[in-house]
Design a protein around this ligand. Structure first.
Ligand code: EPU
Length: 417
């Protein structure tokens, strides 16, 4: 098991480039499987989550090759409709595969995906959506069986906003017979990007990026080519790093328009930052003012930045509340910040009160999940003394070669076995 050893308390300076978006790359790979023709994606991040998904695609019948940020994938035939329980457990987005497999084969055996550190992660909305397409879904001890002769266009009104369900139903609808309307759909920027890619392959999708998406089904899709958009969570994570210890840090290759809710918070706190068309430069400022934060679907404050932002709040003056509305298990990592010296009171699983500023001290900790893991790295970088973070596989799931990129900014962080 690998770990990070961090020597905190140093100012960081320089440029860091944002990589391709994890939560777009994963969906584009699955979208390619709707077609039997080849697809090529560039700017694909070299992260564990992508590696695991590509393993699962290969298991299902895709041919995959990878070369320095480029992924070529072709699924001439789907040869395996029984998804492997071990692979499905390792990667939550395996449920996305329901779309290409049902569209092309009409049948899938999907093992129970199980919960994870951030929440229970039910799949009820996927089931409701596919039932609307005319799919019969049954459940047994091993998992779910989905079966249909063909997908038929439908109207689905989401009872709650879900990113992956929106993407899965949108993908499936491209090959369904007739028209599909998705209402109260998610609007995250990765969704219009995915629709644009699918349209370039012959799909007929309109409205992606708004909460009503209309899809006219077509008989087949072609292969395609796409460059994966910059990762807005990574960009925001580095910007928060800049606010904590930048002298300054310039985050390049990003799209600042995707992070307007974060900039609004920065304005209210008094963070010293400058925005350009594809960069943001952030400098550490003393006397930041604490502000309440409520996570929300896009364009609200993204739940995936709640953890690094909470670290920033521990260094800001005053008392504030962090309200995590999307996931029920995404605040428990704050216990680890408390061990480091932060003053945090948990009101209930969705809300904590942070009182700052607090001096943080290095500790030996374990990364509970991807985003909380990155938050612990940030806390380690501002803490006095040495922080050891174990279980860093969780961080590698979503941040490419993170220690090397931080070292270039001057961070004292190393990876050890
Ligand atoms: N939900 C249900 N039933 C379902 C599906 C979802 O109740 O069938 C609930 C979830 O339990 C959650 C809420 O709906 O409470 C919203 O979840 P959503 O489905 O939107 O999340 P997701 O699509 O599984 C994606 C990102 C997450 C990000 C969320 C919210 C990917 C691969 N993952 O998850 O990213 O937190 O949207 O924006 O796109 C991360 O990158 O660290 C990460 C967890």
């Amino acid at each position: 098991m690998q770990k990070f050893i961090i020597e905190g308390g140093h100012e960081l300076k320089g440029e860091v480039a944002v990589g391709g978006a994890k939560n777009a790359a994963l969906k584009f790979v699955v979208a390619s499987m709707l077609s039997s023709e080849p697809a090529t994606f560039t700017n694909v991040p070299d992260i564990e989550e992508v590696n695991r998904l590509l393993e699962l695609c290969t298991f299902v019948g895709s041919e995959v090759s990878r070369d320095d940020g480029q992924v070529k994938i072709q699924t001439k035939e789907i040869t395996n409709i029984k998804l492997d329980p071990e692979l499905v457990k390792k990667i939550r987005v395996s449920v996305l595969l329901l779309a290409p497999i049902l569209a092309r084969k009409g049948e899938v055996h999907m093992p129970h995906p199980g919960g994870c550190a951030i929440g229970q992660r039910p799949i009820d909305l996927f089931i409701q959506g596919f039932e609307k397409f005319g799919v019969k879904v049954t459940e047994n001890a091993e998992g779910y069986h989905f079966k249909t002769d063909k997908l038929r266009g439908m109207k689905f009104v989401f009872p709650l906003v879900s990113v992956t369900v929106t993407e899965t139903l949108m993908m499936a609808a491209t090959l369904a017979e007739g028209k599909t309307i998705l209402k109260n759909a998610a609007c995250e920027p990765e969704i219009p990007a995915l629709a644009e890619y699918l349209n370039s392959c012959g799909a007929k999708i309109s409205g992606a990026g708004t909460n009503t998406i209309e899809i006219e089904g077509v008989a087949a899709l072609s292969g395609g080519v796409a460059k994966i958009m910059p990762d807005r969570v990574e960009a925001g994570s580095f910007a928060i790093l800049g606010a904590l210890c930048g002298n300054p840090i310039r985050v390049t290759n990003c799209n600042p328009e995707h992070l307007e809710a974060l900039w609004t918070m920065f304005d209210r706190m008094g963070v010293d930052y400058k925005l350009g068309p594809d960069w943001v430069e952030v400098r550490k400022t003393d006397n930041l003012k604490a502000v309440d934060v409520v996570t929300h679907e896009y364009p609200g404050f993204i739940t995936d930045l709640q953890q690094p932002f909470t670290v920033l709040l521990t260094q800001s003056k005053g008392m504030c509340m962090v309200h995590e509305t999307i996931w029920e298990g995404r605040l428990f990592y704050t216990d680890k910040l408390k061990q480091m010296g932060a003053q945090i009171i948990m009101c209930d699983p969705h809300r904590v009160i942070v009182n700052g500023p607090s001096k943080l001290y290095g500790r030996k900790l374990e990364s509970p999940d991807l985003r909380a893991g990155f938050a612990l790295v940030l806390a380690g970088l501002v803490a006095e003394g040495t922080t050891t973070i174990e279980n860093i596989y969780q961080i590698d799931r979503g941040y490419e070669h993170i220690e090397e990129r931080l070292q270039k900014l001057g961070a004292k962080i190393k990876r050890e076995e």
